[in-house]
Design a protein around this ligand. Structure first.
Ligand code: FPP
Length: 249
């Protein structure tokens, strides 16, 4: 039985989020510059996107560039932006052909103009696609997102649009960059690091966390299947006890 066949298609996570880590270390291991790792990371993005679409996962969120990544050496930041522009330009056709909708969370306005343009065009061009939502987290961090949400809510309170006493979890959710996207049930991080790194802190409240030592450019479809199988072996209790879960299921 192949790994793919071991996946229960009736118990797939609706949303998988991935912290793609280890590009730089992978490149260094090959005696190459860090950028070589990012370039090879693109193939892993393709493979995992294809695997998610084939299986029927509805949302795949990839942490492609964090707010903190702006602090990397200028050459690396520029190379990452160029790679994004180039990849999105090249893949637009494939996204459409495969009925994949591109979405972005993060501070899009902070991206270089040409990058912003390429991305907004691809978002627009794929907006009617419905098989898989490929969500890129770009210039994203949870603290940025939560701060922006709180500012906006405060403005609405000031303007008398809402009462402070009416603020609920729904109010906060509806002001997040990810509004309209369900919470991920599974979060994967590659490269053997056990950190969340300012990613989807609100949204992963009940996500299952899966860590693998594989570096991102080495991560392929089979690794994605393994993560899904591990997810399906977990018992998700949402704060309840095991007996309650089995009674309600
Ligand atoms: C983390 O590895 C990876 C990134 C910061 C960028 C990820 C970008 C890509 C895979 C390419 C473009 C993506 C898309 C969606 C087209 P790292 O540099 O932190 O590696 P290290 O921890 O080994 O230094």
């Amino acid at each position: 039985m192949s790994l793919k066949e071991k996946i229960n298609l009736n118990n797939l996570p609706q949303h998988v989020a991935i912290i793609m880590d280890g590009n730089g270390r992978w490149a260094r291991k090959q005696g190459q510059e860090r950028v070589f790792g990012h370039q090879n990371g693109v193939q892993a993005v393709r493979d995992v996107t294809e695997a998610a679409a084939e299986l029927g996962v509805q949302f795949l969120t990839l942490y492609a560039f964090s707010t903190e990544n702006w602090n990397r050496p200028k050459e690396e930041v520029n190379a990452l932006m160029e790679l994004l522009i180039h990849t999105i330009h090249q893949e637009r056709h494939t996204l459409n052909k495969n009925n994949i909708r591109l979405r972005v969370i993060g501070d899009l306005e902070s991206l270089p103009k040409n990058c912003f343009r390429e991305i907004t065009e691809a978002i627009e061009e794929t907006s009617n696609n419905s098989r898989l939502n490929l969500v890129l987290a770009l210039s994203y961090s949870s603290r940025w997102e939560l701060t922006a949400a709180m500012k906006q809510i405060a403005r609405e309170v000031e303007a008398g649009k809402i009462n402070a006493s009416q603020i609920s979890e729904k109010t906060i959710e509806s002001h997040l960059s990810s509004t309209g996207i369900p919470d991920p049930e599974l979060l994967i991080r590659t490269s053997g690091e056990f950190r969340i790194s300012n990613f989807l802190l609100w949204q992963i409240a009940y996500a299952e966390l899966y860590f693998t030592p594989k570096l991102w450019p080495e991560f392929g479809k089979e690794d994605f299947y393994e993560a899904l199988i591990a997810y399906q072996q977990r018992e998700r209790r949402f704060g309840m006890i095991s007996e309650q879960i089995h009674k309600t299921s």
